[in-house]
Design a binder for this molecule. Sequence first.
Ligand code: ATP
Ligand code: MG
Length: 356
Amino acid sequence: MKTYKIACIPGDGIGKEVVPAGQAVLEALGAVSRFKFDFENFGWGGDWFRAHGEMMPQDGLDALRGKDAILFGSAGDPHIPDHITLWGLRLKICQGFDQYANVRPTRILPGIDGPLKRCTPEQLDWVIVRENSEGEYSGVGGRVHQGHPIEAATDLSMMTRAGVERIMRFAFKLAQSRPRKLLTVVTKSNAQRHAMVMWDEIAVEIAKEFPDVTWDKELVDACTARMVNRPATLDTLVATNLHADILSDLAAALAGSLGIAPTGNIDPERRYPSMFEPIHGSAFDIMGKGLANPVGTFWSCVMLLEHLGEAEAAQTLMAIIEQVTADPLLHTGDLGGKATTQQVTQAVCERITGAL
Ligand code: ATP
Ligand code: MG
């Protein structure tokens, strides 16, 4: 029987609640499938920082290297500066394992009321591909004359031809695999006249490799309006690190809640493990009360299963998630309901046991 080695990193805040919930769901799936999981837990994050002065150990990546995938919760702590929590754990893994494609599916799930009242679930079915290794978040830049009147600072958006080509090719390939074969390349080349123009040129070049994919170009500002006004004209989108960061939070809100949205940080070449996580943060305001919606983590588990090649189990779990969201009695507070993390998790586990 195939055993997948999964690293679990709950991290901070509600990550400590939703990752064990995801683990329980995968365990339930493993119990009724021809594969199982071997989990290893890593207590990295804010608590680790308080004890050791760093978010994860120096040799932490080595401990993850041999895993088939990583299930991540959240990194963020009100008592530790954001740049430490972000760069010290999540980005360290993303960059250390060259997970250059960040993939964020968005759909309005059954039973969930999004803010777009005129929009049916069929009209909002997107996957946003975010460049995850360079661009605006390259960390290139500096600050001079701090505290003086002439103080200045820069954040350089660095884009390499190789980096843009690989994310563009990934996005075209993903669009090609979806029924509508439709890709929107999001840019800001009217105002950002160097790297974004190269991005546009590379899109034209890579498009030639995918003649069956219909594609168009959209400026990022216009894209936000299009997502609200004409959601059905979009399917797969590709954008830079910063642009897609913003677009995918908008997408999650349009789908009804931050608590249901998943993401995968993918190394398409499979040299290293890929990492799956809900898009929400640590949400200290609701931490430890059983109020966290675990659906974003469960959907991330669907992506994890797809990545492992377990398409059937992924489909089964997604169908069960949709049964659960369709039942208002199983909605957590963010969806206007009263259900607890534990109740939603149990409902999913019970259906898995009954379904297979
Ligand atoms: P971080 O600083 O780590 O990003 P945050 O406190 O900004 O964390 P987010 O997760 O970004 O929190 O979410 C903002 C708010 O949305 C939270 O404060 C919480 O009230 C709500 N929220 C987020 N995720 C969930 C969830 N899974 N279930 C229920 N509510 C959620
Ligand atoms: Mg946040």
